[in-house]
Design a binder for this molecule. Structure first.
Ligand SMILES: Cc1ncc(COP(=O)(O)O)c(C=O)c1O
Length: 400
């Protein structure tokens, strides 16, 4: 007997890598020497501000950051800075002693929340299309997943009246995400008011993933669920330093809102991890207290305008998002999203993500990210438009 044991049945619930074919074509193109423009990954290309690196260096010099963080919910300066930042940004006062918890990136927190709450027989409500982490972890925890379709005609917001009552009664968690990956949609205060009322009625915890809360354009400021009166009774939100300060690799975020929910997640985490390296939390506290992301937003905005205006001039009807660094473009001409993405890569060496990768409701769309490594003033996005024009992939109106 020298065979390895098989992985758990639970692990087989993780879907196969949907973009394998795209990765293969991309690797082939690169091997041919093609200049591939990869609009796939949503990961800030702009480095972390140097002042945060300086704050980290100062923090590393303090021996107390070299030890386990044995606090119940996270490194105190970070929790305090997070609560203060939230108050300044969204006008809601929350208590860092009870209402905030540190996570090793919001992905970790969002995933483990499902494990902390869902048992077999419970329902978790998730968005489709959506970030796959909510669904996969809920399924692995044994829960039944009810997907709410997000459609353009409803502003990519879930229709609460379409959620069956028996599902609502059995649901424990309701994940929403605004500004939304992958559609770039934003929520309204009315939506949050209704969602809070719905969750109160059915004793559901509203989980608001706000990883993109500060990536906004044109003067738009996000509403939050916790701004709704009484929301704290049924709401936990997640905020991330990843997209805010170009710190994806640092792995730092926080949960904020209902103190029981914050504590329940930390109870699970205290048996899984021993928190983030305290020096990183200390540098994160410094960033939340001293920085904003205006310079980065100017860069994304320029890229967004060049790409969306350029594609629309070609006759492709692409909406301009108010938030996130994603463009969610309807696939022209009735092609399915995977075929279109493959054609795009083969004919233009531009990689986009098929919308179906985010759920069946994403079919008919492709996602393009504005975080393009190597772009300086948006000129690579002009290049994308030029290549698409030359490819003839978009049926062009007369006169273009
Ligand atoms: C919708 C959404 N939520 C959460 C995350 C995770 O971010 P992090 O774990 O870096 O905070 C991502 C990352 O891409 C995301 O797109």
């Amino acid at each position: 007997m020298d065979a390895m044991p098989s992985p758990s049945k639970r692990l087989s619930l993780i879907p196969p890598y949907l973009f394998a074919e795209m990765s293969r074509i991309k690797a082939e193109a690169i091997a041919r020497g093609a200049d591939v423009i990869d609009l796939g990954i949503g990961d800030p290309d702009i480095p972390t501000p140097h002042a945060v690196i300086d704050a980290l260096v100062r923090a590393v010099e303090k021996p107390e950051t070299h030890r386990y963080d044995e606090t119940p919910r996270g490194w105190w300066p970070f929790l305090e800075a997070a609560a203060q930042w939230y108050g300044r940004e969204f006008g809601v006062a929350l208590d860092p002693k009870t209402d905030v918890g540190q996570v090793i990136g919001t992905k970790e927190g969002l995933a483990h929340l499902a494990w902390a709450y869902a048992d077999p027989g419970d329902v978790v409500i998730t968005p489709n299309p959506g970030y796959t982490v909510y669904r996969v972890n809920s399924l692995m925890a044994g829960a039944e997943v009810h997907e709410t379709p997000l459609r353009a005609e409803h502003g990519f917001l879930p229709r609460l009246e379409d959620i069956p009552t028996d599902i609502a009664r059995r649901a424990k968690l309701f994940y929403v995400c605004y500004p939304h990956n992958p559609t770039g949609a934003v929520a309204t205060p009315e939506f949050y008011r209704d969602a809070v009322r719905f969750c109160r009625e059915y004793d559901i915890l509203l989980v608001n993933d706000m990883a993109y809360s500060t990536v906004t354009y044109d003067g738009f400021t996000n509403p939050t669920a916790l701004q709704v009166e009484g929301a704290k009774d049924v709401t936990i939100e997640f905020h991330s330093l990843s997209k805010m300060f170009n710190m994806t690799g640092w792995r730092l975020g926080f949960s904020i809102g209902n103190p029981d929910a914050v504590q329940t997640l930390q109870k699970l985490k205290s048996n899984l991890d021993s928190k983030q390296f305290p020096a990183i939390a200390e540098a994160g506290a410094w960033a939340l207290t001293h920085l904003d992301n205006r310079e980065t937003l100017k860069i994304y905005e320029e890229r967004r305008n060049r790409l969306v205006d350029g594609l629309n001039a070609l006759g492709w009807n692409v909406p301009k998002p108010k938030a996130t660094f994603y463009i969610w473009a309807p696939v022209p001409g009735g092609m399915d999203s995977s075929t279109f993405a493959e054609e795009m890569l083969a004919r233009t060496n531009v990689l986009v993500i098929p919308g179906v990768g985010y759920g069946a409701e994403g079919e008919g769309y492709v996602r393009m990210s504005l975080t393009l490594l190597g772009d300086v003033n948006g000129e690579r996005f002009d290049e994308v438009v030029r290549r698409i024009q030359e490819s003839g992939l978009i049926p062009q109106p007369a006169g273009v």
